[in-house]
Design a protein around this ligand. Structure first.
Ligand code: TRP
Length: 366
């Protein structure tokens, strides 16, 4: 068990994780019945290019929710970039690249709202009343923040790293999202958002409580297995072991050729004992729709070389249309900016209304 998992387990007992899973299944059935009851909010930090782990972990699921008729909001979390590093990096390029990734994968700007933190002042202003509702020691106990601080190799805790879960609560609560698709590392943040909504309404809400200011967001827990990168560790941009959505076919082949496997030439699908080989089979399977064990049987004694060739072909074939669309989008900066501007306008409208409600509840509407 990794450090982070151990901490998470301490906070979220297996029992509560099981309850969240159970509830996610119920929500899924409710979506089928009436998608209009839900507003989804998810987001990404624009810190680098999206990769296959993102695609199969979250992006495909967002597109599916959108296509099932759920009102889907996608946040480019630009203020969250500076939680754990000194500067924003090539932020403009990264924001546009993220928007291109979204659109290329099937997020439809006519049905979904794509926006970014720094364009929505009223969202950010919610941070002030929200911060008054949490204690310092509570913030210090957040297991995901602790794990993220540890991952920085000895940086000091910044005020923003400590408080970003409160900012993330503003991301969710400002637009009255009631559904947040997340992996389990984000569950503490979602709990923090619910706590803040409860405390705000308790402190400032109308006595009868029939019209709370905020909705209570729920998690839609993703069950997708985390993909491993080419080095056998979790696929992650900071490890530089990823297959980026926007890579070209030759680079993909080169990167996969260097992937770690093992010395047994007979290929079998055995995630427990042969994690690296199983991971390549899983990637090939997700991309081709074929069963990973069947793929292994086809490769047989072909060894790592054949396995990598099969995986490369599956990945390149699967990503080809996404890559073509992405290349077109990246070349059309004006269009990407237009999509963001439209999303920001919609987000501002909703954020202004929420902030007005907050100020009214706090008797600050003079
Ligand atoms: N913290 C999230 C991550 O690292 C990104 C994010 C920002 C987010 N705001 C959000 C996710 C609101 C869900 C809801 O992946």
């Amino acid at each position: 068990m990794s450090h982070q998992d151990a901490d998470l387990a301490a906070t979220f007992s297996q029992a509560s994780l099981a309850r969240t899973r159970q509830r996610s299944a119920e929500i899924d059935a409710e979506i089928t019945k009436d998608p209009s009851r839900f507003r989804v909010l998810t987001g990404d930090r624009p810190t680098g290019k999206l990769h296959l782990g993102h695609y199969f972990g979250t992006l495909a699921n967002r597109v599916k929710l959108q296509d099932r008729g759920v009102d889907t909001w996608v946040l480019v979390a630009d203020y969250q970039v500076i939680t754990d590093r000194d500067g924003v990096g090539p932020i403009r390029e990264r924001v546009l690249s993220l928007v291109a990734d979204y659109l290329a994968c099937g997020i439809d700007p006519d049905r979904s709202t794509i926006f970014h933190h720094s364009a929505v002042p009223a969202l950010n202003q919610l941070l002030l009343p929200f911060l008054s509702l949490v204690t310092e020691s509570e913030l210090h106990r957040n297991p995901t923040v602790k794990a993220e601080l540890e991952a920085t190799d000895g940086r000091a805790m910044s005020g923003l790293l400590l408080t970003y879960p409160v900012h993330q609560a503003a991301d969710i609560l400002f637009c009255r999202a009631n559904l947040v698709p997340v992996g389990k590392d984000q569950l503490p943040h979602l709990e923090q958002a619910r706590v803040i909504a409860n405390r705000f309404d308790k402190r400032y809400g109308r006595a009868d409580q029939d019209r709370p200011v905020f909705r209570r967001p729920e998690a839609l827990l993703s069950e997708a297995a985390a993909l491993l990168g080419t080095d056998g560790y979790k696929m992650s941009k900071s490890r530089r072991n990823t297959i980026e959505l926007g890579m070209d076919a030759d680079t993909t082949a080169k990167v996969l050729k260097k992937a770690v496997t093992d010395s047994d030439r007979h290929i079998t699908y055995d995630p427990e004992n042969r994690p690296e080989v199983a991971n390549l089979l899983l990637i090939a399977s997700l991309c081709s729709g074929e069963d990973p064990a069947a793929l292994a049987a086809q490769i047989g004694d072909g060894g790592g070389g054949k396995l990598k060739a099969v995986t490369t072909e599956a990945v390149n074939e699967f990503l080809a249309p996404i890559r073509a669309r992405r290349a077109e989008l990246i070349a059309d900066e004006g269009y990407l900016l237009k999509v963001l501007a439209a999303g920001n306008a919609r987000a501002n409208e909703v954020a202004d209304q929420t902030l007005a409600d907050v100020r009214t509840a706090m008797n600050m509407d003079y």
